[in-house]
Design a protein around this ligand. Structure first.
Ligand SMILES: *Cc1c(COP(=O)(O)O)cnc(C)c1O
Length: 230
């Protein structure tokens, strides 16, 4: 398994480098987030051993087991990228470095109170519902500015940028249009919020397209770890 993982990881790195070359940006400016949801602890550890440090998780219980088992790795970084229910905020406040799916004030209030004093403020990305699909989480573009202004009031949260999940389509023109809108919004907000520096968009199938439109964090699961069982 490790042999395959190593090959896949290298391929993803190569794609990321090529996409950055095409966009004339340094590859060190784009963070690769390895999405390890449903993968066993040993797969995360194997990926860590290849040099990967930032991991994305969607399911809290599943994530907490891995976080505990790998707690001896003190430079590993955990990003929560799934929907977060308001009764589950405490574990995120206590065990994660980033929450990438913030779109409700009530959740922010709880996280702000629950973030332990011995940790740095929790980094948060605001999720935007860029495809305007009613079943999807995230804020409408029009509400982003007001929401960010409110989030900035919380001392135990650090507002770091935006995240989106584009429409599930192979139509590149649709994806491109959505990523372009995100980039415009990101640039706008960046002038107002000093710690705004991440635009998280792009997954296994469209990372090149997202990087071309200004993404500086791609979230890659399948192409690193292989197909998920769930
Ligand atoms: C699962 C997931 C990913 C990774 O998707 P792949 O297609 O497996 O690369 C990225 N972002 C979010 C929010 C996810 O839930």
């Amino acid at each position: 398994m490790s042999e395959r993982l190593s090959q896949r990881y290298q391929q993803v790195q190569n794609r990321l480098h090529d996409a950055c070359d095409k966009a004339s940006i340094a590859h060190t400016n784009v963070r690769l987030l390895a999405v390890s949801k449903t993968q066993p602890t040993q797969a995360v550890k194997a990926c860590y051993d290849l040099g990967q440090r930032a991991f994305g998780e969607n399911y809290l219980q599943d994530a907490l087991v891995k976080i505990k088992e790998l707690s001896h790795l003190d430079d590993i970084q955990w990003h929560f990228i799934g929907p977060l229910q308001s009764n589950k905020t405490k574990a995120v406040a206590e065990h994660f470095d980033f929450l990438e799916t913030l779109s409700r004030i009530k959740i922010a209030e709880k996280l702000d109170k629950q973030r332990p004093r011995y940790l740095a403020p929790l980094n948060v990305l605001v999720q935007i519902n860029i495809s305007n699909e009613p079943q999807k989480e995230g804020l409408d573009i029009e509400h982003a500015n007001e929401f960010c202004a409110q989030i900035q009031q919380f001392k135990r949260l650090k507002l770091r940028g935006l995240m989106c999940i584009a429409q599930n389509t192979k139509d590149e023109s649709v994806l491109k249009a959505q990523y372009k809108k995100m980039n415009t919004l990101f640039k706008q907000l960046k002038t107002q919020y000093s710690e705004f520096d991440y635009l998280s968009m792009g997954m296994s199938n469209d990372m090149e397209l997202a990087i071309a439109q200004g993404s500086n964090e791609v979230r890659i699961g399948t192409d690193i770890f292989g197909k998920r069982n769930k």
